[in-house]
Structure formats: structure tokens, C-alpha cells
Design a binder for this molecule. Structure first.
Ligand code: UT7
Length: 329
């Protein structure tokens, strides 16, 4: 592919050059939860691996979490907000119906040269956003993209429903993606099956100023579990094949952090051992679109993911949506 932009006469690819993240200060443990909902630390840990999650303060909006993660990623990249010309926020919990959270983040950051929009693919949102941004940067149309996954799920949970409220948390993660002569994003593959939209959703909606239906997360846990385990390894294999690679080439598997049992099953089906799999769900719960960039930031900063490593991300979420991105770090 040859870019036609005046500044790029070389083959253009996109590459992640930095990561950042933000977790709200307040931590809610399983024991805290068991004081107001009929559950136990033992049940939550054995079924999901989760021990605690972060909860946003009343004064924090999703855009605030996103801005904190973005500033962290910009600092690591050595870039200013004004260097960003594409800003995508993956979120299912936007500040308001419109404008997009990305436009609010653009203003708060001062990224005034950036095109800005949201992507709504629930827990697959970050992988969807990364795939879209890769195409926009690799075409030569955009130079520096900021891709953020940010969520405040605590505001769409029914805190009396023990089957959902124990599983989710709040947070944000971000990456900076820039033009590169060497390939960074090697392949991406996205899927959706709207016929399965009812197994994980927020059915409530606003019409003429009135909320109709329940505006909280509803989930058929076992159906989601089965679907996730089936599709995650498959889309990894599909993405690896696009790059003429196999699971043996993977240095780090960074799956959506919903549940350790789903992560373990995906690793087993794919043939990636636990020591090559990044798991952060224990202290964060399921942060939906934020979970993969949060996990990337953790493992880059603690030195596990290093330059040159082959990293495979894979996500699954409401919609139903799923997808994978294969990344040369
Ligand atoms: O991004 C994707 C987001 N979603 C997911 O990743 C969720 C995927 N699903 C799962 O991870 C699992 O299905 C769950 C963790 C949600 C549930 O685990 P499970 O082994 O499938 O349990 P279950 O739903 O079959 O429920 C088993 C029992 C039920 O009691 P009975 O009917 O057997 O008496 C539930 O009522 O556990 C009960 N239960 C709880 N007990 C204590 C459900 N939630 C809780 C709870 N505490 N929080």
C-alpha cells in the first residue's frame, strides 16, 4: 500500500507507541459487596477470579477517566494533545446521549486538531476502535491517533442483582497509534451477530424524555460464557492466519478481562500457556471497552510486553460482537 499524502512517500503502517491508564481511587472489595447483596467473596472469586473493582466518584464522568488515561499515554509517547489528529473513544457508558464522549475528551484535552468520534461495540469496543484507527492511519489520512476505552459501568448496574453487579468495574485505558514504516498492527478481524443481542444488554431507552424498560445491565451469564469461549479462540486463529502465523508465535495474549475461567479456556483452546497470558481482572473486574488497554498498560509498564513482542488482543461483548488484533510491539 502506498500512501498518497504529500508527507509519506514510503509504505505506511500503524504502530502503537505508548499506553496509559486510569483507575478511580475508590476500591470495592467482594467483602464490601457481600454487605449489601446476597453474595460472598468465595462465590465471586471461584466463578470469576474477581477480588475487587474500582468505582468512579460522583464527580467523575467517563470523559474524565478517559482524559486521565489519555494524558498518561501522551506523556509516555512524548506527544502533546495538539499532535493528535484522530481521537476515538470506545465506550458503552457515554457522558450524555450526544455529543460523543470523544468530542468532550477532545475539548478537555485540548486536542483541537483531532477528528473525534465514539465507537459502541460494548466489551469489543477497543478492538473495534483499534482496527478502525489502524485503517485510517495506515491509509496516510491521519498521523497520530489516540484510542481510548473508558467506562463507568457502576452507573448502569442494578446493585440488587447479584448475577451482574459483582462482575463489573470502572476505568480507562488508552494507546497512541502513529504512522510507521514498519508494521505494528499486523492484522485485525472483527465480527458481530446481532441475533444474539438479548443475552447481554441494557434494554431501557429514553423516548420523549421518559425511560422505558430497565436501564441496567441484563445478562444471561451461562449463554455469554459459552459464546465467549467458542468465539475468542476462533477469531485469534483467524487473525493469526491473516499474518501467516500460529499461536506458537504469540509472546503475549491480552484477552478481554471478563472472567478468569473464560481467559483460561481461551488460552487452552488456542494453545497459549497461562504464563504468556495477561490477567488483570482480579483487581479491576470487567471494565468492558477499557479492559484491554488497561491490561496493555499494566503489562507494558511492568516490563512484560517489550519492543518486538508479538501481542494478540481478543475481545467479546454485547451485540454480540467479537474481534482480535495482532500487534508487533
Ligand atoms: O464481557 C462479557 C461479560 N460477561 C461475562 O463475561 C459473563 C460470562 N458468564 C460468566 O462469567 C458466568 O456465567 C457467571 C460468573 C456470570 C456465573 O457463573 P455460573 O457458573 O455460570 O453460575 P450460574 O449463573 O449458573 O449460577 C449458579 C448459581 C445460581 O444459583 P442456583 O440457581 O444454582 O441456586 C445463582 O443464583 O449461583 C447463583 N449466583 C450467585 N451466588 C452468589 C449467581 N450470582 C451469584 C452471586 N453470589 N453473585
Amino acid at each position: 500500500m502506498v500512501a498518497t499524502g504529500s508527507h509519506c512517500a514510503f509504505l505506511v503502517f500503524s504502530k502503537i507507541i505508548s499506553t496509559g491508564s486510569y483507575l478511580p481511587e475508590k476500591i470495592l472489595t467482594n467483602d464490601d459487596l457481600s454487605k449489601f447483596v446476597d453474595t460472598s467473596d468465595e462465590w465471586i472469586r471461584t466463578r470469576s477470579g474477581i477480588r475487587s473493582r474500582h468505582i468512579a466518584a460522583d464527580f467523575e464522568a467517563t470523559s474524565d477517566l478517559a482524559v486521565a488515561a489519555a494524558n498518561n499515554a501522551l506523556q509516555a509517547a512524548g506527544l502533546a494533545a495538539s499532535d493528535i489528529d484522530l481521537l476515538i473513544v470506545a465506550t458503552t457508558t457515554p457522558d450524555v446521549i450526544f455529543p460523543s464522549t470523544a468530542c468532550i475528551v477532545q475539548d478537555k484535552l485540548g486536542a483541537n486538531k483531532a477528528a473525534a468520534f465514539d465507537i459502541q461495540a460494548v466489551c469489543s469496543g477497543f478492538v473495534y476502535a483499534l482496527s478502525v484507527a489502524d485503517k485510517m492511519v495506515a491509509s496516510g489520512a491521519h498521523q497520530n491517533a489516540l484510542i481510548i476505552g473508558a467506562e463507568i459501568y457502576s452507573r448502569i448496574l442494578n446493585w440488587k442483582d447479584r448475577t451482574t453487579c459483582v462482575l463489573f468495574g470502572d476505568g480507562a485505558g488508552a494507546v497512541v497509534l502513529t504512522q510507521s514504516e514498519a508494521p505494528g498492527i499486523l492484522a485485525t478481524k472483527l465480527h458481530a451477530d446481532g441475533s444474539r443481542r438479548n443475552i447481554l444488554n441494557v434494554p431501557g431507552h429514553v423516548r420523549n424524555g421518559i425511560v422505558y424498560g430497565d436501564p441496567h445491565v441484563h445478562m444471561d451469564g451461562p449463554a455469554v460464557f459459552k459464546m465467549a469461549v467458542n468465539v475468542m479462540a476462533d477469531v485469534c486463529v483467524e487473525t493469526l492466519a491473516m499474518a501467516n502465523m500460529t499461536a506458537a508465535d504469540i509472546d503475549w495474549l491480552v484477552p478481554h478481562q471478563a472472567n478468569v475461567r473464560i481467559i483460561d479456556a481461551t488460552g487452552k483452546r488456542l494453545g497459549v500457556p497461562p504464563e504468556k497470558t495477561i490477567v488483570t481482572v482480579q483487581g479491576q473486574g470487567n471494565t468492558s471497552a477499557a479492559s484491554i488497554p488497561l491490561a496493555l498498560d499494566t503489562s507494558v509498564r511492568d516490563g512484560r510486553i517489550k519492543s518486538g513482542d508479538l501481542v494478540q488482543t481478543v475481545a467479546v461483548g454485547g451485540g454480540f460482537t467479537w474481534g482480535s488484533a495482532l500487534i508487533r510491539w
